[in-house]
Write a protein that binds this ligand. Structure first.
Ligand code: ATP
Ligand code: MG
Length: 455
């Protein structure tokens, strides 16, 4: 498994996220530290705890975006969860341990599909043989008299040498896709288990025990005879063979080890589990969620349906806007478990300008692509982009600062006419320049009340 160097991680993140250099660096270091730890001699390795990070910054400056991009970059097991989704143990809802179960489930699936991919060649060969068996009923050649018995049994008797040449001919046709239109009769396992209503109390579900899985093993295998196209049948057979070839025990072992050694949990919206003083109702349980998080972050053992998983070396990256509350409002024990705090900067017009055009998936490129589907070529002059960025900053200052999300509202408003008329318009080339931006957005911007509503 190749791991990226910190500079490479930052470079990858730079493709999508403008600025926020400090946050990128810290995240990159934390990621690289996982790799370093894995290469430390064993005795010391267990002593090195991950340095959990909190990303703090106003809304819409790229916190969640960093997480989304990271998850694509890293080969480590990665899950992004919203802290606000969890409830305290004892309340109805998801408890915090379920994030580890989900992380493991994701990893098991990932490892399984990788393994299946690895045995695909072998599975393909075996599936081909099976399919040929179906196309050409098994030849039975008994030395003497036996043939009679076979016939009595209703089997087709084909002369052995002849059948093997037929088989090879068929194989050739199969490989050349000449049999694709033929159908075969095949036993297909019926995936739809009879519906079992399980009135489980929460405990069961939380353990991740899947009743259906358990009972599924006990029930007779449900198969159905179906007529399938040869190509479909081959796909199913390959799938089945690949599944049979993969050693699930090994898969689970690998997955558990990966989660324990290099798992990463991105805990978004952590500020939403801060309960204000003297809170009632939901606030009470919010602090409970924080308390429940303590052992998880510190390192504990979580029971899952694949067995126990230790969280000692799972890296936690939390993030929150902390608009109305401060990081110091988190219960102290939890604060202490996130030693690294990184602030993300509020964004100004220069960043906005770059966000509009620089990222690989930038807003401007998105609109150009959208309109191209209607045969309309749209272009933005540099001055227009600068103007949009400036207006975004001004509106953010005047009303609420919602960061780069303001660009989304502005762009929609700016292009409203074009987007509406695109299918009917005769114009196939539209240039958005500074005047256009001003005309379209100036009035709204100037009227503060109006901009509160529209932009
Ligand atoms: N620095 C940035 N570079 C590029 N795009 C950005 C940047 N900051 C924000 N965006 C864009 O703005 C939108 C919102 O950003 P994001 O979801 O990361 O906000 P956030 O910081 O998580 O805010 P919140 O605290 O409200 O969750 C995304 O579409 C993202 O692409
Ligand atoms: Mg967010």
């Amino acid at each position: 498994m190749s791991d990226l160097k910190p500079s490479e991680i930052v470079k990858e993140l730079d493709k999508y996220i403008v600025g926020q250099h400090k946050a990128k660096r810290f995240v990159a270091i934390a990621l690289r530290n996982r790799w370093r730890r894995r290469n430390v001699p064993e005795g010391l390795r267990d002593e090195i705890a991950p340095k959990n990070i909190i990303l703090i910054g106003p809304t819409g400056v790229g916190k969640t975006e960093i997480a989304r991009r990271l998850s694509k970059l890293t080969h480590s097991p990665f899950i992004k969860v919203e802290a606000s989704k969890f409830t305290e143990v004892g309340y109805v809802g998801r408890d915090v341990e379920s994030m580890i179960r989900d992380l493991l489930e994701l990893t098991v699936n990932k490892v399984k599909s990788d393994e299946q991919e690895a045995v695909r060649g072998k599975a393909g060969e075996m599936a081909e043989e099976k399919l040929l068996d179906l196309l050409l009923p098994q030849s039975v050649s008994f030395p003497t008299g036996g043939e009679l018995n076979a016939i009595a049994d209703g089997q087709t008797v084909v002369d052995a040498p002849a059948s093997s040449t037929t088989r090879e001919k068929l194989r050739k046709m199969l490989r050349e896709n000449k049999l694709n239109d033929r159908t075969v009769d095949m036993e297909v396992s019926d995936r739809n288990m009879p519906v079992i209503e399980v009135f489980s109390n929460v405990g069961m579900e939380e353990l991740g025990i899947n009743l259906k899985d358990m009972l599924g093993g006990l029930m007779p295998k449900n198969t159905k005879r179906r007529k399938l196209k040869v190509s479909e049948a081959l796909d199913i057979l390959v799938q089945e063979e690949a599944q049979a070839l993969v050693d699930m025990e090994k898969v689970v072992k690998t997955a558990v080890e990966r989660v324990e050694q290099s798992g990463i949990v991105f805990l978004d919206e952590i500020d939403k589990i801060v309960g204000k003083d003297g809170g009632h109702g939901p606030d009470v349980s919010r602090e409970g969620v924080q308390r429940d998080l303590l052992p998880l972050v510190e390192g504990c053992t979580v029971m899952t349906k694949y067995g126990p998983v230790k969280t000692d070396h799972v890296l936690f990256v939390a993030s929150g806007a902390f608009h109305t509350v401060k990081p110091s409002d988190l219960i102290p024990e939890l604060q202490g478990r996130f030693p690294i705090r990184v602030e993300l900067n509020a964004l100004g017009h220069e960043e906005f300008r770059r966000i509009l055009v620089e990222p690989k998936n930038s807003l401007v490129l998105q609109y150009i692509a959208l309109l191209r589907t209607e045969g309309v070529d749209i272009a933005f002059t540099d001055e227009a982009v600068t103007e949009i960025a400036k207006i975004a900053q001004e509106v953010n200052e005047m009303t609420e600062n919602i960061g780069a999300r303001r660009l989304h509202t502005l762009m929609e408003c700016l292009l409203e006419d074009v987007l509406f008329d695109a299918p009917d318009t005769a114009e196939s080339h539209i240039v958005i320049d500074q005047t256009h931006v001003r005309e379209k957005l100036k009035d709204i911007k100037e009227d503060e009340d109006l901009s509160r509503y529209i932009l």
